[in-house]
Ligand binder design. Sequence first.
Ligand code: C2E
Ligand code: CA
Ligand code: CA
Ligand code: CA
Length: 275
Amino acid sequence: AKSEGGSTFRFFEAGMDEEMRFRRHLEVDLRAALAKEELELFYQPLVHVGSGHVSGFEALIRWRHPERGLVSPAVFIPLAEEIGLIKPIGAWVLRRACADAALWPEGVKVAVNLSPVQFRDGSLPGIVAAALQSSGLPAERLELEITESLMLMDDQAVLKILHDLRRLGTRIAMDDFGTGYSSLSYLRRFPFDKIKIDQSFIRGLDEQGDAAAIVRAVISLGQSLGMTVNAEGVETEEQFSTLRAQGCGEVQGYFFSPPRPGGEVQAMMRNLGAK
Ligand code: C2E
Ligand code: CA
Ligand code: CA
Ligand code: CA
């Protein structure tokens, strides 16, 4: 048992080392990624349930690492937040997404994910305004997605920034709804334009559990508050028809299309229009 303990300890140490080396490398590479133009936006269609048309696209960042291939944002966004890179990366995402969307057909929106870190000072509204102005994209075609963790930050400061963004004319969506903390109280404090039901609930529609009841309740809550309700992570026809029957306004997910490179936006609109 003694020797076992010793080897476990060494293994653990080596594992930590490995993990730290990986992170350090990734950190160095990420600092260079923007300048080396290794970051790219993919787009996933948002489908209006009533008409079946594409109402917009969500921008989802990708990192094409020269050796590691595509690195998931689930890995490098938290890293970027930690090492102070999320502000330049976030500003780049806003500029890129607005410039891309300005070339899409009129009325097709673009949704951009924002990190809570981008709300830590008051610079965000100015950055958004600059992205809109340089691209010429009308503000009402930009939708900003925030998460519930944002509402845990300093209330007044965050609310002021949200109101400033709203004053610019952008739309505000609450992402991953239902996974965070204190979901209902902040719906009273800030009138979101849209709530996006987290994919875990959509996956749960397949089981005969509580998820279906929660989804139904959130849809009717959104409706009575005048908010668009989006269901994300829709993977099957069955999930889609359940959501449609419940009056869900907008859907997105692999059933319609995975996120794809910007060059394929027109093709995605054609394919989904014909569906
Ligand atoms: P999110 O904003 O909740 O985005 C939805 C995630 O679900 C995306 O993962 C998308 O590719 C994936 N997805 C879409 N449809 C389906 C489906 O039918 N089934 C399944 N299983 N997954 C689906 P992705 O692209 O890996 O992004 C992960 C997260 O990274 C995003 O979650 C968001 O929190 C963050 N992220 C992505 N791009 C940005 C960005 O530009 N800025 C910031 N701050 N965060 C970003
Ligand atoms: Ca999102
Ligand atoms: Ca989400
Ligand atoms: Ca998420």
